[in-house]
Design a protein around this ligand. Structure first.
Ligand code: CTP
Ligand code: A1H0Z
Length: 387
């Protein structure tokens, strides 16, 4: 190792991630720190953890939270079945939190929990939930080669400097500058040694990990163009935007489940045809007896929207329109039970007679189905909508 410099091994074996989640979210406002604010019934931090744990080559995920939120974070990990996640205490600043996360790999306090020291460590803000494997791989590969790497984005506003009198001193040519985003990645020894050498001023007022690698380890990070969805949830508007993006991601696919009876299969086919121009549709016809265990397999997939079609045929000519109240009660009860898992169930009654062609009714049912999927209003669960 050069004096005052940093030395890192020539090869890279394992990758880990540190997600700083120890802030108070002052700029967003409210009593709940933004990383624990729920979006579609799920804490924001859980979306980020899920995005990172989907990347199989990231061996350990360290979530760094303030001491009072340790138990909250552990309950989120348990409730949403997160794997490979270790929770540790944050510090009073983001840099101190990140440093605490890195310490788990070097000063292993968990003697019974062998955390393998990674060759490359990813650092990613826990309030940036829309991170994909592609950008993670790019920054890790770049960090292997250059020692450090970080995602960047074009500036949206021009950077200016104000003079002492509060007037414009000068502005920077926007095309020459970029916004530093996350994820970032580092050869572990480089970023760890940078933090070890950090002044208190840097730890307390710094905002840029790439700067620490340069200042303390003379490592010029490779800058990697990132995608627009790497933004950080900072203000309330960002939470609304995150909710909208998550709702949109949940409404990309639907699975229509019908019984094998011909009349039911026909309605399912018509609904499939009416929906397929708006959403990816899968239709499954299974006999009612086999439906339940088959559903378990379907539910474990990536589809979040299901339409189960039953058909009651009124055979008498002048049958008055009646609803099976027992079935309605069962549906409401089921809807209440699964709502706790953030599964929203709506009843949709498709009623038709000769004078009201089935196709028109099915088109109306398709429009209602799309509205319910996109709106995902929990207040409508268990309610019966009539097409
Ligand atoms: N002491 C701190 C401060 C921040 N963070 C984390 O660093 C990330 C980015 O920081 P920022 O957006 O500034 O979060 P907050 O500090 O919570 O926001 P604010 O400045 O509005 O209070 C967040 O995931 C935040 O939880 C952290 O781990 N420890
Ligand atoms: O400065 P904040 O604490 O709001 O955010 C921390 C980082 O995400 C931010 O500084 C990026 O530019 C990455 O370095």
């Amino acid at each position: 190792m050069e004096p005052g410099g940093c030395d890192a091994g020539p090869t890279v074996k394992a990758v880990a991630a540190v997600l700083p989640a120890g802030g108070s979210g002052e700029r967003l406002g409210g009593a709940t720190p933004k990383q624990f604010c729920t979006v579609q019934g799920r804490p924001l931090v859980s979306y980020t953890v899920r995005a990172v744990e989907r990347v199989s080559w990231i061996s350990d995920i360290i979530v760094v939270v303030s001491p009072e939120n340790i138990e909250t974070m552990k309950s989120i990990i348990e409730k949403y079945g997160h794997k490979r996640v270790t929770v540790t205490e944050g510090g009073i600043t983001r840099h101190r939190s990140i440093f605490n996360g890195l310490k788990l790999f070097s000063e292993n306090k968990f003697s019974n929990h062998l955390l393998q020291k990674p060759e490359v460590v990813v650092i990613h803000d826990a309030v940036r939930p829309f991170v994909e494997e592609d950008i993670l791989l790019k920054v890790v590969m770049a960090a292997k080669e250059h020692g450090a790497a970080g995602a960047i984005r074009p500036l949206v506003s021009t950077v200016i400097a104000s003079a002492a009198d509060g007037c414009l001193d000068h502005s920077l040519e926007r095309t020459k500058y970029r916004a530093s985003e996350m994820p970032q990645a580092f050869l572990f020894d480089i970023i760890y040694q940078a933090y070890q050498q950090c002044t208190d001023y840097d730890l307390d007022y710094g905002t840029e990990c790439l700067h620490l690698a340069l200042k303390y380890c003379k490592t010029n990070a490779k800058l990697v163009e990132g995608t627009a969805d790497l933004w950080k949830v900072t203000y309330k508007r960002d939470l609304y935007a995150a909710e909208s993006i998550i709702k949109d991601s949940l409404s990309q696919q639907i699975c229509i489940i019908t019984d094998v009876k011909e009349a039911v299969v026909q309605v399912g086919f018509l609904l499939h045809e009416s929906l397929r121009s708006q959403i990816k549709v899968e239709t499954i016809s299974i006999s009612l007896s086999k439906r339940d265990n088959h559903l378990q397999n379907i539910f474990s997939g990536q589809c979040y929207n299901f339409v189960c079609i039953n058909v009651h045929l009124n055979t008498s000519e002048n049958a008055s329109f009646s609803i099976d109240l027992e079935e309605l009660t069962k549906m409401k009860k089921f809807a209440r039970e699964v709502k706790r898992k953030n599964i929203l169930v709506y009843g949709l009654l498709i009623q038709y007679k000769d004078y009201f062609p089935l196709q028109e009714t099915v088109n109306s049912a398709a429009a209602l189905t799309m509205a319910l999927i996109k709106d995902r209003n929990p207040e409508l669960t268990g309610q019966l909508v009539v097409a």
